[in-house]
Design a protein around this ligand. Sequence first.
Ligand SMILES: Cc1ncc(COP(=O)(O)O)c(C=O)c1O
Length: 373
Amino acid sequence: MRIETIAARAGAELDPVTGSVAPPIHLSTTFDHGPASEDPHGYHYIRDANPTQTRLETALAALEGGEAALAWSSGMAAGAAYLQALPPGSHVVFPDDMYYGYRVVAHEFFKQWGLSATTVDMADLDNVRAALTPATRLVWAESPSNPLLRIVDLAAVAELAHAAGAELLVDGTFATPILQQPLALGADVVMHSSTKYLGGHSDVQGGALILKRRGPTAERLLLIRQNLGAVASPFNSWLVLRGLRTLACRVERQSANAHALATALAGHPRLSAVHYPGLPTTPLHEVARRQMRLFGGMLSIQVRGGREAALAVCSRVRLFLNATSLGGTESLIEHRASSEGPGSTTPEDLLRISVGLEHPQDLIDDLMQALTA
Ligand SMILES: Cc1ncc(COP(=O)(O)O)c(C=O)c1O
């Protein structure tokens, strides 16, 4: 079945008790069991699993074409769990542009967990090749990346990782399964912050890991979730599941809007750069064209005049909201270096833009007046 049909219907089986079309939310923390803790209904305690979370996982596995999916309380919990599942002594290769939270995890926790990391610019595959060691267990890619919208050739990096005995994890948050299918390109696992496009309405936090194969890693991840406790609540699972129903429509419109905005901004005299994978001038644009259906709803711009000039643009927008996060129906703008804080590697003149569902001309008009005022 096609991705739009999967998004609209996966995990949407009728409730067998009532026939309800919308899925029920099972808030129960505990489930009827036998005298020796036998589970006749398949559920035991909310931290182990709950029926609403299971529905969401069924849908996520179908959307990404994986054998197993695990929902988490946040994208950070999902990514951190995958790192915690690595054996001590493992080496990880990270991209130099990635969601900064995982850089913080590497900096603050890797030593304690017995892990090490190398960070490289993955645009040049030789850098990836050179970073791989006999201890490398995981290559972590983010494409498009946050906040510079860098593209990684996922099929090529999967091949390099596998040849070195490592796995490839792809943070697919910006692309969503509608635009890019990392498992089909050779990745072993896709990670999402469901807080973004999957939820889609800036009202739910969640994370997801979708694994190509069911196996020991999936078992280990389940053990981590059950015992360390970063489960998705039933209500949050339900909200993400509800978000999936409109994912294809939203992402297509957001991609079209972002493409129109990036095209209108390209070459603006007040900007030194517009980062959008759909612009032919963007590095690895041809790779993006090959591995993505559309180019997504995220872009970033660099404002001539540095930090103060960038902050001035943020203070002049009328329609865009100054807020962090992304993937909701409303357009957001953010000075990333300020948001990331100390240790940020993001250029001080950079503004990240999450494009919503407003009319593209209204968005263009707003940014043009903010840039020229
Ligand atoms: C690309 C990407 N990955 C992961 C995360 C972390 O997700 P969460 O905020 O749900 O923990 C974010 C959050 O902004 C993100 O942008």
